[in-house]
Design a protein around this ligand. Sequence first.
Ligand code: KG4
Ligand code: ZN
Length: 331
Amino acid sequence: MSVRILGIETSCDETAAAVVDDGRRVRSSVVASQADLHARYGGVVPEIASRAHVELICDVIEESLVEAGVSLDEIDAVAAVRGPGLAGALLVGVSAAKAISLAADVPYVGVHHHEAHLYAAMIEDPELEPPLVTLIVSGGHTLLVAMDGHGRYRVLGQTVDDAAGEAFDKIARFLGLGYPGGPAIDRLAREGDPEAIRFPRPMRTDGHDFSFSGLKTAVVQYVRKHPEAEVADVAASFQAAIVDVLVDKLVAAARETGIDTIVAGGGVAANSALRERLLDLAVAGELRVVLPSIALCTDNAAMVAAVAAYRLAADGPTPLETPVVPNLRLV
Ligand code: KG4
Ligand code: ZN
């Protein structure tokens, strides 16, 4: 049976809406980034994000319907991210979804932002099925998760301090590269030598958890001591250290669980050095690797509609009184 879902994402600084059929076929995906609004503050300002979501949400939803060539009465359900994220920002998308649910008389589905990041891979490869080992690397989280089945997760490891994206953003700010930092470092690193400086690879072979604050401190200390260092070399060497840790942990988790398909998601999965290393693994035939396209790695609503198809089939609609939860847990 076919199900068409309108997905909405407003957990951070992207206002997004998308229409997806059967959890895997994207009819439209509209993302309005607020990055320019936050850039001058060097990071996301929650109150500015909420206000911008309020201004953008109706137009973004409308555009997603027009692009998909459907009207509201051709939608079977409406989904929104209800956590984790910024409370005021989450409320905008969830309130819009609940209003549409009432007005169009369709079920509402509240979804988890990281579970949505994981389902981006299902859009990329419509045949993809669990078991999978997944790495979710975003601005706020670094999670290594075994997905044994739809809705069945085991968190194997997570960061004990900074998230991977947060480390990219903080180092970019320190190097004067602006916000958001990940794409800026990624771009500059292409002109630098990743082996120029040997930064530490914290907890590389030590369990499934991550720690990036020591690496951050090492970069800051190095640059203070060597102000003449090429910024591109610092960026490339820092990026190489993070990528080494992420890839080694992912491969170790696959070996330990005996699961041979790995998936990455979240904004940092857009990083070109990380993608290259993961694709090398696939080429070497060691593991099956599924990488969502870059637009599906960073925040978007297609992934929201995709996961909602599974949640709706498994759990039914989410009651309208269910609140947003800024620190919602995956398991
Ligand atoms: O998943 P996402 O779009 O939003 C959150 O859920 O947080 O991730 C945003 C994070 C930011 O920290 C950003 O700097 C990072 O992803 N990011 C990247 C790249 N593109 C975005 N990090 C490294 N390389 C990139 N190309
Ligand atoms: Zn995200």
